[in-house]
Design a protein around this ligand. Structure first.
Ligand code: SAM
Length: 283
């Protein structure tokens, strides 16, 4: 199958739990391509056999993506059409796929997305978050210190923050979210989406750890964490003189030290100066 006879790479989203979530178009494409490039061929064979599809599979995982991309390019240039899938959800979203697509696009190959499930959008759609916009970060770093550093960087963002997390790191991740972002921000835990034990739990960050610890079952499975946006900083709270002091200090000192001194000199609240300093550094 190809668009107007042009050999094509189809980027096909697959279900994140409930197999009924596959789209009619995805099934049509999977049935008609010459082969399917899959993150884990065994995993994808289960999906295909459920829908009685038999197709040649090519392994494309994060450790061989560059090499496989080259192979896929050669096949497509030889006239094949190929579907690219990951284990679950949308390829390229915290999953392999982007390297293949980038290389093929650079080579002028026709690339067509076949949209479908993704945990981030599934979670957002039913979380009842009324703020506009969100920042999808994906997985935070596995190391505690790197994770906290990343969260410091994200702390001032005035959009909902969305993270993926694995069950073995869920508690430490919640601890770091609470300590860095503050316990009062609202959190939505979206767990096991589209599966039997699908759970949405909304609470303050400071209550989340206790909730997870009170029922070990809630620590199992797959998680999307949605954290309430930071309060927008009233930039009007900083006068031109205060800003000048902050800028002068930032020119010579590390951010934290500059903010501390600026707080003492100007009397402006530390968090306001901190947010302002982050903006200055970003520009
Ligand atoms: N490509 C996928 C997508 O489009 O959502 C994401 C793949 S990533 C390797 C796997 C992570 O996505 C899990 O650790 C979890 O954070 C999230 N995830 C995937 N399926 C989920 C589900 N059914 N419920 C909750 N989170 C899920």
């Amino acid at each position: 199958m190809s668009v107007h006879g042009v050999p094509t790479l189809y980027v096909v989203a697959t279900p994140i739990g409930n197999l009924q979530d596959i789209s009619l178009r995805a099934l049509e494409v999977l049935k008609s391509v010459d082969s399917i490039a899959a993150e884990d061929t065994r995993h994808t064979s289960h999906l295909l056999s459920h829908f009685a599809i038999q197709k040649k599979l090519i392994a494309v995982h994060e450790h061989n993506e560059q090499k496989s991309a080259q192979l896929l390019l050669e096949r497509i240039q030889a006239g094949e059409s190929i579907a690219l899938v990951s284990d679950a959800g949308t390829p390229g979203i915290s999953d392999p796929g982007a390297i293949v697509v980038d290389l093929l696009r650079k080579a002028g190959v026709n690339v067509v997305p076949i949209p479908g499930a993704s945990a981030v959008i599934t979670a957002l759609s039913a979380a009842g978050i009324t703020e506009n916009g969100f920042l999808f970060y994906g997985f935070l770093p596995a190391s505690g210190s790197q994770r906290r550093k990343t969260l410091e960087f994200l702390k001032g963002y005035t959009t909902t923050l969305v993270f993926y997390e694995a069950p073995h790191r869920i508690l430490e991740c919640i601890e770091d979210l609470t300590s860095v972002l503050g316990g009062e921000r609202r959190l939505t835990i979206a767990r096991e989406l589209t599966k039997t034990y699908e759970t949405f739990h909304r609470c303050a960050l400071q209550e989340a750890k206790m909730w997870l610890e009170s029922d070990l079952n809630q620590q199992r499975g797959e998680f999307v964490l949605l954290v309430e946006a930071a309060e927008p900083v009233a930039t009007a709270a900083i006068s031109d003189d205060d800003e000048r002091v902050l800028r002068l200090l930032l020119a010579d000192l590390p951010l934290k030290q500059a903010v501390k001194l600026a707080t003492e000199i100007t009397g402006v609240k530390k968090n306001i100066l901190y947010e302002f300093a982050l903006k200055i550094k970003d520009n």
